[in-house]
Design a protein around this ligand. Structure first.
Ligand SMILES: [Fe+2]
Length: 265
């Protein structure tokens, strides 16, 4: 808590100076220490390739059928073959707590938690800036609401600590909480749709990581999804149309290149 030099409400001062950083994930690993004569099965296990999924920025809500889209995403992950060992959440699971009414945010948290529980494998939470209640100048909760902050979301999904670490297959995973105070006015721009893990809001998807020895590789997966924008979502319609036109143009250039035709115009 900051000093209250100006006689302001110290909690208000704290909120004013708060800016939320994106949640982060640190990976340390790939070089497990093995002593000579150690149990062979442990060594085999450490060298065994494994896969995990990174889901992020789901921003689940009922609007734009985001809850249905997220369930489709979870079904897609559950159908992966080979099956991933676990799923890492990257934060911003529910749509938003920064400028959403508390009741609605609570519903979004519940949707996110309930659908996430349908995963067939273990999963690990990570806190994102939009997972915090009311830590924004655009908040829709009283500034002295006792649930202001990270704990409302953490309790809703059963998260014990905002940061932690765990081991898997000889790798050490560090889940970071990168939400901290900075001396700036809060002027953050955020997505206003169910983007499904894709900020461009075009093709929702996720990333599958494969760890093999000391090597980490990854691949993006998408799944079919028809956008269900609301009538007033002009900007989103525009962005999606722009993205479609861009991808179409890229495909034309690629086809020309593959046919040996000049691509410079
Ligand atoms: Fe996000």
């Amino acid at each position: 808590m900051r000093d209250n030099e100006n006689g302001n409400n110290p909690r208000r001062a704290f909120i004013k100076n708060f800016a939320a950083g994106t949640a982060g994930l640190g990976l340390l690993g790939g070089f497990p220490s093995i002593t000579i004569g150690e149990d062979r099965s442990r060594i085999d296990n450490l060298n065994k390739p494994f896969r995990f999924v990174h889901l992020t920025d789901m921003h689940v809500r009922r609007g734009r059928k985001g809850n249905i889209g997220y369930r489709q995403c979870i079904d897609h992950v559950n159908a992966l073959d080979p099956k991933p060992d676990f799923v890492l959440m990257g934060g911003d699971g529910p749509f938003d707590g920064l400028y959403t009414e508390k009741d609605e945010f609570e519903d979004q948290i519940d949707l996110f938690a309930t659908i996430s529980d349908e995963l067939d494998m273990p999963y690990y939470h990570c806190i994102g800036n939009h997972d915090c209640l009311g830590l924004s100048g655009r908040r829709k909760v009283p500034v002295d609401d006792p649930d202001l902050g990270k704990k409302f979301f953490m309790d809703g999904v059963g998260m014990q600590k905002p940061y932690y670490s765990f081991d898997s297959h000889g790798w050490h995973f560090v889940v970071l909480d990168c939400i901290y105070e900075v001396e700036v006015e809060h002027g953050q721009a955020v997505s206003a749709a169910w983007w499904g893990g894709n900020w461009l809001g075009f093709k929702p998807g996720y990333t599958v990581f494969t760890a093999e020895g000391d090597r980490l590789s990854w691949q993006r997966y998408t799944f079919p999804w028809d956008h269900h924008l609301e009538p007033e979502d002009d900007l989103e319609h525009e962005r999606i149309a722009e993205r479609e036109a861009f991808e179409e143009q890229q495909q034309i250039l690629l086809d020309e290149e593959l046919q040996g035709e000049p691509i410079l115009r």
